[in-house]
Design a protein around this ligand. Structure first.
Ligand code: AMP
Length: 114
């Protein structure tokens, strides 16, 4: 999608990617909320997680989780623990309209989240 910042980052047009394959891209969050804060996105534009239904997009979301696990291991946060967050719509705090998984770690996490 032409005016989507995460489409541009995922395509390599702007910014620096931490991970890339044919379907998925990952990059460090601009405003990190933890020592490790990576965003993992599908290269395909999907606006929000609630738009995902059964089928290829569901498999793609599963693939993103596997990529998150891989990045967590690479960043050394697997043993201590990490959090994967998806905000869906304004009420949950979604501010960028291209589905993204937050991978957070490197500090103790609180619960419940804010
Ligand atoms: P959310 O509020 O769940 O939609 O998360 C959006 C996230 O994208 C926030 O954590 C922002 O800091 C992050 N963000 C926004 N623009 C950029 C960008 N150009 N590069 C990296 N991260 C970004």
């Amino acid at each position: 999608m032409d005016d989507c910042i995460f489409c541009k980052i995922a395509a390599g047009t702007i910014g620096t990617l931490a991970y890339e394959d044919d379907e998925v891209a990952a990059f460090d969050d601009l405003n990190p909320q933890a020592p490790v804060h990576v965003l993992i996105v599908p290269k395909k534009h999907i606006t929000r997680i609630s738009d995902v239904t059964d089928g290829p997009d569901a498999c793609l979301m599963g693939k993103i989780l596997v990529v998150a696990n891989r990045i967590a291991a690479e960043r050394g946060i697997s043993a201590d623990g990490y959090r994967i967050v998806i905000n869906c719509n304004e009420g949950a705090g979604q501010s960028v309209w291209h589905v993204h998984f937050h991978l957070l770690g490197g500090r103790q996490m609180g619960w419940p989240p804010g």
